[in-house]
Design a protein around this ligand. Structure first.
Ligand SMILES: Nc1ncnc2c1ncn2[C@@H]1O[C@H](COP(=O)(O)OP(=O)(O)O)[C@@H](O)[C@H]1O
Ligand SMILES: [Mg+2]
Length: 390
């Protein structure tokens, strides 16, 4: 059904197939955009981000002068339509509303029916570019403030049976009022009970839970909680906590930090698919305390419950909100008092070696945004954060 929907958008001349009867109907000129407005009603200002599935621009809604973010959906060249991740993202974002989740207001379309854009509230920062550019790390009250907001957004998602499946600092946005918003729902999925198998290669490597690395096909909300632990560690340490170079190296880093799991602490452990082919090295110690020697016991405990090997024992977002870490000194700062760093977003950090490659890439990005009408050539190229590599 999903595929039928994709094809209906791209067959030329524009026509659509009823998914009930299979009949094709040609679209009248006046109906080409459906109920969607045209992207020409937005004035493109500059490009602010580019991830795996979309290009994001800051734009002005000419109807009310409001500043928004426009995310252009990537096409699936093999299937001749919108990438399935884009359809999932639209479907999920249309149905959720929470102050810690980026708000999508509408979908607009370009001239060709293949260009589809999500209109979202504009957020000044993403945490990856902030971390890449900040001279001094976030203070502990600031880290607490960010984490509490992340947990609030996650609690809402998980209560609504949505797993994000790609939490990382580049997918966490922050407004100039210090409000943290979970973004990028390209890999998010609704789940049902009983859990059905899903592909294990979701979640950017550095934030990927051990059950996924070991081939488990059942996805629980625990995979988002593991990623949250990695994010908290990264915010506190001001560098990625587990920056693996390969899946095996990622597992190695996890074992070094937490010790080797066994069936006593994780009953499903030895039945995990990957363990049929190899066994893990033996490392008996939990080294979290050595990684964060200055952190309070409550802080270490919070990290430990997010890093429980057994996903069923891992803390929920609600458990984390209740952690005594947030009640002890130093207390979380008020979002209003979060610093804002407007300059980082437009920073153009580019080495000479990167120059040529980026120039070619920029041209293709500009081409893909040409339906905007206004020139994109002056738009600063946004450097992809190391933290955004899948
Ligand atoms: N609503 C928004 N406001 C401001 N910047 C955004 C917004 N949404 C995304 N971005 C920027 O664009 C980048 C890529 O967007 P994202 O939704 O993560 O796409 P992808 O699926 O390609 O990773 C983000 O890391 C962020 O820097
Ligand atoms: Mg992203």
């Amino acid at each position: 059904m999903e595929q039928d929907t994709i094809r209906s958008v791209t067959v030329k001349p524009p026509s659509f197939m009823s998914i009930l009867t299979g009949e094709w109907t040609e679209l009248a000129e006046s109906d080409r955009l459906g109920k969607c407005r045209s992207v020409t009603e937005f004035e493109k200002l500059n490009r602010v981000g580019e991830g795996t599935y979309g290009i994001v621009c800051k734009a002005r809604n000419t109807e009310n002068n409001k500043i928004v973010a426009l995310k252009k959906m990537r096409l699936d060249t093999q299937k001749d339509g919108i990438h399935i991740t884009g359809l999932r993202e639209i479907n999920i974002l249309l149905n959720i509303r929470h102050q810690n989740i980026v708000q999508m207001s509408e979908v607009v379309v370009g001239k060709s029916l293949e260009s589809i854009f999500l209109v979202m509230e504009y957020c000044e920062q993403d945490l990856a570019s902030l971390l890449d550019n900040m001279a001094a790390p976030f203070s502990e009250p600031q880290v607490k403030c960010i984490m509490l907001q992340l947990f609030a957004g996650l609690q809402y998602l998980h209560e609504n049976f949505i797993i994000h499946r790609d939490l990382k600092v580049s997918n966490l946005l922050m407004t100039d009022k210090g409000c943290v918003k979970i973004a990028d729902f390209g890999l998010a999925r609704k789940y049902e009970l009983p859990l059905r198998p899903m592909t294990p290669t979701v979640v950017t490597l550095w934030y990927r839970a051990p059950e996924l690395l070991l081939g488990s096909k059942t996805h629980t909300t625990g995979i988002d909680m593991w990623s949250s632990g990695c994010i908290m560690g990264e915010l506190l340490a001001h560098r990625p906590l587990l920056p693996g170079r390969s899946e095996l190296h990622q597992l190695d880093l996890i074992l070094d930090m937490l010790g080797t799991p066994n069936d006593t602490i994780w009953p499903e452990f030895s039945k995990l698919p990957a363990l049929e082919n190899f066994s893990l090295k033996k490392q008996p110690y939990n080294n979290l305390r050595h990684t964060f020697p200055w952190l309070s016991d409550a802080g270490i405990k919070l990290l430990n419950i997010m890093f429980m090997y057994d996903p069923d024992k891992r803390a929920s977002a609600e458990d984390c909100i209740q952690s005594s870490y947030f009640k002890e000194q130093p207390r979380p700062c008020d979002p209003e008092f979060m610093p804002s760093f407007p300059q980082h977003r437009l920073k153009r950090k580019q080495s000479k070696a990167e120059g040529k490659k980026s120039k070619e890439k920029r041209k293709s990005l500009d081409d893909s945004f040409k339906s905007f009408g206004d020139s994109t050539t002056n738009a600063p190229l946004v450097k992809k954060s190391r933290r955004d590599i899948s």
